[in-house]
Design a protein around this ligand. Structure first.
Ligand SMILES: [Fe+2]
Length: 196
């Protein structure tokens, strides 16, 4: 652990205070699980990667409210405001990754493995959740990694999920197939917490 590092319990409290939407909270918990697994595989700081996954969208509801009240469009500030809210709670590297997950809005480029990982994990959790929700019992247990590859190729499936972002996994030296196996496994490991 490097310097100040927010504990998971504290991170969850921040979610409670800032994210009212339950499916968004579950998205963040899913991304945190994928990030921890990726860090372990890459020999990186699993606590940091997990916290980045958990907190990368911390500013979203605040920015939505501000935009609705006449403020700037959410995506022009998303990530930068999360990083401001989290200053001192994690190393700079984590704040950079959170800003880099919205490269277009913040102008902060994804450069390091942790940056590439949050972009890919954020997107893959979307396609995995969508794949679970079309299964007969709507559970992650029914999803197979091989079917994710087919879903990926089917551009009409979960069309809001940017396939190019999922492909950031290749910048971590992983194939798409491996990335689906690992991400699905991480999410299946917390199925009950996700209610999926
Ligand atoms: Fe996200």
């Amino acid at each position: 652990m490097t310097g100040t590092m927010i504990a998971r319990e504290e991170g969850l409290k921040l979610l409670d205070a800032n994210i009212a939407d339950l499916s968004m909270r579950k998205h963040l918990i899913a991304v945190s699980a994928v990030m921890r697994k990726l860090a372990e595989m890459q020999g990186e700081d699993a606590d940091l990667w997990e916290a980045v996954g958990l907190l990368h969208d911390l500013d979203l509801e605040k920015l939505e409210k501000e935009e609705a009240a006449g403020g700037l469009p959410v995506m022009t500030r998303h990530g930068r405001v999360s990083a401001e809210m989290l200053k001192g709670s994690m190393p700079e590297e984590g704040l950079h990754a959170i800003m880099a997950h919205n490269e277009e809005g913040t102008g902060i480029k994804a450069e390091k493995p942790i940056d590439h990982a949050i972009v890919a994990a954020d997107a893959v959790s979307g396609i995995i959740t969508a794949a679970a929700l079309v299964m007969p019992h709507k559970t992650l247990a029914e999803v197979k990694a091989s079917s994710l590859r087919k879903r990926f190729n089917d551009k009409s499936f979960a069309r809001n999920v940017d396939r190019n972002r999922i492909l950031y996994c290749t910048k971590l030296g992983m194939t798409l197939e491996d990335f689906f196996v690992v991400s699905l496994g991480a999410m299946q490991g917390i199925r009950e917490e996700l209610g999926l």
